[in-house]
Design a protein around this ligand. Structure first.
Ligand code: 0T9
Length: 384
């Protein structure tokens, strides 16, 4: 139990036992203080855009094939932030704050060198189970990413296995007035290191990026070895991936890439550099807490977060109880009044038509998924 402070060893052991015998929504389990993160899950969609210039570059690609390559490059370059940044910042993977229904997170990345400003809107659209919807747009470049994220967790031979539910659709407005769409599916996660109290994420399985133009990227996180130009140089290492790009209606790879998604990757055939995320990323800009709506994440959780950061766990748990009691009261009031919580920015639809249409092209499983459509009712830029 090297990751666990002496005073919390027995509470970690009983927490691990409760995970083992539990299936469903892990976010609702009470965990020992050392593993708590002061950051809410509503902040996580910001990982999609911490390299805004790679996002913007999608709009500058010259044709369908190049756009698919630009989307793959941007996607792979987000993985380090999505899946290893808590280890780097907080020492290990930690349990994020479980957002309340209606929790909000707004932010942006400023325009720089003509890349355009990128805006972020996040809303917690369900509490039980937790579902987070997001909309990221760069209007100047004609780019918009809409998605939602939920998880199904189970426990298997010492690891937490997380199936990601949800998908993202990237829409690109082309100069000729047409739109190109990309359906992005999400990999499975394995959370290892649980026994030692120092959890970290490994990606498993396969994910896809299907373009409406027909180009398809298939990303394999479990490939054991590279076989291209680099021989076995990346093989067997953690965070290894291989990706292939196929043309419309063909299954023969036109491009192959491989490498470590948290470091660098290359074109498997030419050895040319593909992604490099060793350089610093740009964190999202948010307004001051004083100017926030009560349900904006950093305002809502500010005292809980301070308690966790400063090791004042009594403060954290007292403040968390206040939030939970307020939520319970709201739900009771709604029930008494026969009303339901109204989402602010998203509208739920049972089946996403873009998912259905693009999913058919690569036999997506499941063939249909629901979605949350952004209502286009947030003005940017916010005042900072
Ligand atoms: C979408 C991402 C997701 C959210 C997190 C599984 C997890 C909640 C969901 C999938 C983002 O785009 C990418 C990264 C990390 C994922 C989290 C890692 C994690 O541990 C939590 C779960 C709910 C736990 O908190 C498990 C208990 C904890 C003690 C293990 C550290």
């Amino acid at each position: 139990l090297q990751g666990v402070p002496a005073a919390q060893k027995s509470s970690w052991s009983s927490f691990v036992k409760s995970i083992v015998s539990f299936s469903g929504d892990l976010s609702s389990l009470t965990a020992p203080p050392f593993i708590l993160s002061p950051i809410s899950l509503t902040e996580f969609p910001a990982y999609w855009c911490e390299r805004p210039e790679l996002f913007a570059a999608i709009a500058d690609a010259k044709d369908e094939k190049e756009r698919s390559i630009a989307v793959l490059k941007w996607f792979i370059s987000t993985l380090k932030g999505q899946y290893t940044s808590r280890n780097e910042k907080l020492g290990s993977e930690k349990k994020p704050l479980n957002p309340v229904l209606g929790e909000l997170f707004y932010g942006f990345w400023p325009d720089r060198n003509g890349r355009g400003q990128t805006n972020l809107v996040v809303e917690q659209v369900s509490h039980h189970p937790p579902i987070t919807a997001y909309y990221i747009s760069n209007p100047q470049k004609g780019l918009a990413l809409q998605g939602h994220s939920a998880q199904k967790t189970s426990f298997s031979s010492g690891s937490i296995v997380v199936k990601q539910i949800g998908h993202a659709i990237l829409t690109v407005d082309l100069p000729d007035g047409k739109k190109e769409e990309f359906l992005i599916t999400l990999p499975r996660l394995r959370i290892d290191g649980i026994w030692y109290g120092s959890p970290y994420i490994e990606l498993t399985g396969i994910s896809y990026i299907q373009s409406s133009s027909g180009w398809l990227s298939t990303i394999d996180y479990e490939a054991k070895e590279g076989r291209g130009y680099f021989g076995l140089s990346f093989g067997g290492k953690s965070h290894f991936f291989k990706a292939v790009l196929t043309a419309p209606g063909s299954s023969t790879p036109v491009k192959r890439y491989e490498g470590l998604w948290h470091e660098t990757s290359k074109d498997s055939d030419t050895g040319e550099a593909f992604t490099d995320v060793r350089t610093p990323k740009e964190e999202v800009t948010v307004g001051p807490v004083e100017a926030m709506h009560d349900f904006e994440s950093r305002k809502l959780w500010q005292h809980v977060a301070r308690g966790i950061r400063e090791g004042d766990y009594e403060l954290a748990s007292r403040e968390k109880s206040k939030i939970e009691n307020d939520q319970r009261q709201r739900r009771r009031d709604e029930q008494a009044a026969g009303t339901r919580w109204q989402l602010k920015h998203f509208e739920h639809i049972e089946s996403d038509p873009v998912y259905e249409r693009l999913g058919q092209l690569f036999n997506a499983n499941p063939p249909k998924e629901d979605t949350y459509v952004f209502m286009n009712n947030r003005d940017f830029p916010p005042t900072v």
